[in-house]
Structure formats: C-alpha cells, structure tokens
Ligand binder design. Structure first.
Ligand SMILES: O=C(O)c1ccc[n+]([C@@H]2O[C@H](COP(=O)([O-])O)[C@@H](O)[C@H]2O)c1
Ligand SMILES: Cc1cc2nc[nH]c2cc1C
Length: 337
C-alpha cells in the first residue's frame, strides 16, 4: 500500500509548476496506487487475447457468423490483426488463448487448445444456461493461469483482449445483472447489428437476464449468461490484481469480465485503469459501477484489446514523469506556486 499524499508530495516536488501536467498527474497517482510504488512500471507488459464462441449466435444476435471468430484467430496467429499491429507499435507482448472457439484449426501452435471441460462455444443462452459451474471454473482457471504466467514472465501491466462473435450479448446481460443497467442501455449494435438483429438481441438478453436473476447462487446466475472468454478475463483480472500487476481495461466485453472479477473477488478494481469508453451504450454504466473513468472516449468498438492498447502510451507518459523527472530542489530552484 502507498499513501496518495506521498505520491502527490513526490509529484509536487518535481521540476515543474504544480499540477502543470493536468490529468496525466491523476493517471500517475492511480498507477502508483495500483502497484504500491512511487515509480510505477508499465514495462514489461502483456496483452492476452481470449477467443471463444457463443451458442446464442444461432438465435440471430450478431451481424456475423461464428466462423469469423476462427478466421480472426487465424489472422491473430498470423500477426495481422489490429491487436497485433497495435501491440507491436507499443512494445506489448501478445498471447492468444482458445477458450472455446468453434471448429478445429490444424495449423494452431502446440498448447493452443483449451481445457477439456470447455466446449466449442457456449450453449445458447436463449434456450438455457450458457455454461455450467465446472465450465465456469475451467474458464476462470485458464484466465488465472495466464495472469500467473505473465507475472512470472515479469509483466507489470496486463491487458485482456477478446475475440468472439456474439459476445456483446453476454456482455449486455452481465452489465444488466451486475451493474443494474436497463436493457435499452445495455444492448447495442456490437460488431454492426442492424435494427432487426438489434430487436432479436434485445429480446434474447431480456429473457436470459430474467432467468439468471431467478438463480439463488451468484456464480450460477453469472454462468448462465456469460461467455468463456469473458469468464477467463475475469479470472485473469482477479489473479493479476492479486499478483500486484496493473490491469488496463479495454471495452464493453472486457469490462463485463471486470464486473465479474469485482463481484467474485472484491477489491480487484483497485488494480484497474479504464483505457477507453467503448461506443457500446452500456459501457458507461459498467464503468460507473466499478467507479472508473475512461482515459479515452474515441468511439472505438472493436474489442481485441484495441482501446487499451491505444491508451497504453498515456500510462507510459505518466510512469516516465514519475520515474525520470528531476526534483525542483535538485536544480536549485524554489517553488513559487
Ligand atoms: O468490447 C467492445 O467494446 C466491443 C464492442 C463491439 C464489438 N466488439 C467485438 O465484436 C465482436 C462481438 O460483436 P457481436 O455484434 O458479434 O456481439 C467481438 O469479437 C468483440 O470483440 C467489442
Ligand atoms: C472482422 C472482425 C474483427 C474483430 N475483432 C474483434 N471483433 C471482431 C469482429 C469482427 C467481425
């Protein structure tokens, strides 16, 4: 633990007028708090992309077919997705984890395949629970293992990204369940739903949340409307926070994972910084529930960790200020402000 007052005292002693770096100083304080040190680190850093499919796509909740998840997995493995480009641009190590992608891909690297308990995609949440408790635990465990691996490899800052056609449907249901959002706010156009798809998605989410709300057990309620990649991100966040890493959040789907983490492992939010606010209308309610304010609001809605990766240089700037700027007394000047 580190006292905010000590962090501000350090910032106010630097060779610059007080508060002259504006919001960058607030980010620096948050970063220092997440790591419990006055000179927080943003390197090494790692993004883990969790990819999974969703049975509810069969109900007509997405503009895209599930096969596109596997196609994008191939693109990520080939190093040609947006996440690869942004991670490379900002010196961020990237890993891809299969948490239930439909279809076999013979070219996948060894070790890519998922825990045996995780099916090729969740069950259709329009018809019944998306997953059972054992599958929830397996997905959470995969995510937690990835956080352990990242921290063991030296990472100080972690990003979770995701790829999964249909996953803004479980994200909307979780935002209703855990952040109290109304259905009209929570359900958005995802990867490009038209009015007809939006109407189906709204009905599906409303019915699934009604069913989940009747569950007495909180994990069963969440599992009933979740996605494997969302639960894996929750496990990743919870374990990452436990291990002292800073968690930089991406968009609506990643924040659904953050809501689950905070519900089941309270205090995880203390390690989080919200990279951006997605164009999905429910993201504001999800961030408000966590008490987080996004760094950027740029109308992005891709997923893949892209919003977090775009915000990453802001954290680098804050960390550089904390670690690399001389003190006013060291240059022989006296504070005049
Ligand atoms: O996280 C977000 O803010 C976000 C907003 C809109 C779309 N997405 C991405 O789009 C896909 C899900 O969209 P959909 O319409 O198929 O539910 C999935 O691969 C997500 O990564 C992600
Ligand atoms: C092409 C495509 C790429 C994506 N990356 C994350 N979600 C996505 C959804 C689609 C459809």
């Amino acid at each position: 633990m580190i006292d905010d007052a000590d962090v501000w005292a350090h910032i106010d002693a630097l060779a610059k007028p007080k508060r002259s770096l504006g919001r960058l100083e607030d980010i620096a304080v948050r970063l220092a708090r997440t790591q419990g040190r006055i000179d927080p680190r943003t390197r090494p850093r790692r993004i883990v992309l969790f990819a999974g499919d969703h049975g509810c796509v069969a109900a007509g909740v997405s503009a895209w077919p599930s096969a596109v998840t596997g196609m994008m997995v191939g693109t990520i493995l080939a190093g040609r997705a947006t996440s690869n480009a942004l991670a490379a641009a900002h010196g961020c190590d990237l890993r891809l984890v299969d948490v239930g992608v439909m279809g076999a891909r013979p070219d996948d690297p060894p070790g890519f395949y998922r825990d045996a308990r995780i099916a090729e995609g969740t069950a259709n949440l329009a018809d019944g629970p998306a997953m059972d408790a054992a599958q929830f635990a397996a997905a959470w465990g995969l995510g937690a293992d990835e956080a352990d691996r990242a921290v063991d490899d030296g990472a100080a800052l972690l990003i979770a990204g995701e790829m999964g056609i249909g996953n803004t449907t479980p994200a909307a249901a979780i935002t209703m369940l855990l952040a109290g959002a109304g259905v009209a706010d929570a359900v958005g156009r995802g990867a490009g739903a038209d009015d007809a798809v939006l109407a189906v998605k709204t009905r599906v989410v409303e019915a699934a949340v009604a069913r989940a709300s009747a569950e007495a057990d909180p994990v069963a309620a969440i599992a009933s409307v979740a996605g494997y990649e969302i639960v894996a991100m929750a496990g990743f966040f919870a374990r990452g926070a436990e291990r002292g890493a800073t968690l930089l959040l991406d968009g609506y789907v990643a924040t659904a994972g953050a809501l689950i983490a905070e519900r089941l492992a309270p205090g995880t939010v203390d390690a989080m910084i919200a990279g951006h606010r997605s164009a999905e209308p429910g993201h504001g309610a999800a961030l408000a529930q966590l008490g987080l304010e996004a760094l950027l609001d740029w109308g992005m809605r891709l997923g893949e960790g892209s919003g977090a990766l775009v915000a990453l240089p802001l954290l680098d700037a804050a960390a550089a200020m904390m670690g690399d700027v001389a003190r006013l007394d060291a240059i022989g000047a006296e504070r005049a402000d």
